[in-house]
Design a protein around this ligand. Structure first.
Ligand SMILES: [Zn+2]
Length: 133
């Protein structure tokens, strides 16, 4: 299955909608400046889990608005999550079965890296071809 990377980026509409819903404030500390869209479950983890891949990464529920400081903290915290914790998060956000998520056949970090390199190469070749025409 090939995954379109652009889908990992939140659309402007979705961002605006979320910002409006949280009254243009950081959802952690309430700061009003430099808000960034944050993936609650990271793309990196979701990409490696076959249960998570197709469904949740694009969903607005996985989006939080955070200021730069809180975003940094959230990213650091996210790295510590275990598979069980990600399962629970997927259940809380999307109603997925936490055990199914945690016990899914995860792609290893190495496999993920190789796959992304191959995808990049493929895209480059495509671009070259397009230019020749
Ligand atoms: Zn903040």
């Amino acid at each position: 299955m090939s995954i379109n990377r652009s889908s990992y980026v939140f659309s402007k509409d979705r961002r605006f909608e979320r910002e409006r819903r949280v009254h243009y404030k950081c959802e952690e500390c309430g700061t009003k400046t430099d808000l960034l869209g944050h993936h609650i479950i990271s793309c990196y983890m979701a990409r490696r889990n076959p249960v998570l891949i197709p469904r949740l990464i694009k969903k607005a529920e996985n989006l939080m608005m955070l200021c730069e400081d809180c975003h940094e903290k959230a990213d650091a915290d996210q790295k510590e999550w275990t598979r069980d914790e990600i399962g629970i998060m997927a259940w809380a956000l999307f109603g997925l079965d936490p055990k199914r998520v945690a016990d899914a056949q995860w792609t290893t970090a190495d496999e993920d890296k190789r796959k992304r390199q191959a995808d990049r190469k493929r895209r480059k070749r495509k671009k070259k071809k397009a230019r020749k025409k």
